[in-house]
Design a protein around this ligand. Structure first.
Ligand SMILES: Cc1cc2nc3c(=O)[nH]c(=O)nc-3n(C[C@H](O)[C@H](O)[C@H](O)COP(=O)(O)OP(=O)(O)OC[C@H]3O[C@@H](n4cnc5c(N)ncnc54)[C@H](O)[C@@H]3O)c2cc1C
Length: 281
């Protein structure tokens, strides 16, 4: 029998981790338990984070919002603070899995799973999220782009957990855009996704831009060159076509069961073209 520990306090969690160094953590279990059932992993013990109230919830300070790692995706989707400050993340949550998956799954789980298809990741990249890591007696933070260091790889050390995600409010961005392309409209993994934050002047000029694509590489792809191409230009089809050509040139997409590299290359540019809709909305 594999023991499952259910700590109720952080002190109990550190004790469990010390006594069971090879145990795996889970929060909602929507990735980990599926992996176990598929026979990909066979941990000697499990530690469930679900009962740790201090890893849940959303707290506001003047410039930032701190999201507990075990906050469910559904709680985030309907949270007024998240809706007010981070529409780009909300748009990704609306199309992540299904209502049931969002009730169980957590933001920390989506990040730690470090899947190229993790739908919250491109929005968290453009929001330049900081990941807070805690272990018994220590705390550190890493930018999300550093924390995720490859396909399903993170900088998480033994004995460490992700405790929170810290998001900077960015009121200057007046366009928050997220779109994913999957094999169907709902309950589908992304084949390609794009998150974009743009600051567009009343005259329609792009003053700043952050772009991040999901599912086209082992980790989220960003492109300074593409962002720079947009800045100072009018937000219109011609500007976006230039940037789309650039990103198609730059990327080396993955080939997998869902789509081949050539299709992904086309779509990562096409998703940029869709930003033209935002010019009039
Ligand atoms: C039917 C189905 C549909 C899905 N659809 C989508 C989709 O459309 N888009 C999408 O992005 N994902 C999708 N997923 C994947 C999954 O639901 C999400 O990735 C979810 O956010 C995972 O959260 P969780 O809390 O369930 O993670 P868990 O399964 O609990 O954990 C995932 C990984 O993170 C680690 N972990 C979890 N929390 C922490 C923590 N606080 N500190 C350290 N390590 C931690 C675990 O050890 C494990 O390695 C789907 C899954 C299923 C089963």
């Amino acid at each position: 029998m594999r023991p499952v520990y259910l700590p109720r306090t952080i002190a109990e969690l550190w004790k469990c981790l010390t006594e069971n160094p090879r145990a795996l953590l889970y929060a909602g279990g929507t990735d980990l338990l599926v992996n176990m059932r598929n026979g990909n992993i066979d941990p000697p013990a499990l530690i469930c984070l679900e009962r740790l109230a201090e890893l849940k919830g959303v707290e506001e300070s003047p410039d930032t919002v701190r999201v507990g790692a075990c906050t469910t995706l559904a709680d985030l989707l309907y949270h007024p603070l998240m809706q007010k400050h981070f529409p780009v993340l909300i748009k990704s949550l609306q199309v992540l899995g299904s209502p049931l998956i969002r009730q169980m799954g957590t933001i920390g789980g989506n990040i730690c799973n470090a899947s190229p298809a993790g739908d919250t990741l491109p929005p968290l990249y453009v929001l330049q999220a900081e990941v807070e890591l805690k272990s018994a007696g220590a705390r550190r933070t890493l930018p999300i782009a550093e924390f995720i260091c490859g396909l399903r790889q993170t900088k998480l050390q033994p004995g460490e957990i992700v405790s929170a995600i810290i998001l900077q409010k960015s009121p200057e961005y007046n366009i928050h855009h997220f779109e994913k392309v999957g094999l169907r409209k709902s309950l589908a993994c992304s084949i390609v996704s794009l998150a974009a934050l743009l600051n567009v002047s009343p005259e329609g000029i792009i003053e700043s831009a952050r772009l991040a694509w999901g599912s086209i590489g082992p980790a989220v792809v960003t492109s300074k060159a593409c962002e720079e191409l947009l800045i100072g230009k009018k937000l219109n089809a011609a500007t976006l076509a230039t940037a789309a050509a650039k990103i198609r040139q730059e990327v080396s997409p993955i080939d997998d069961v869902r789509a081949d590299a050539a299709y992904r290359r086309d779509v990562c540019g096409n998703l940029l073209l869709r930003l033209a809709k935002e010019a009039t909305s």
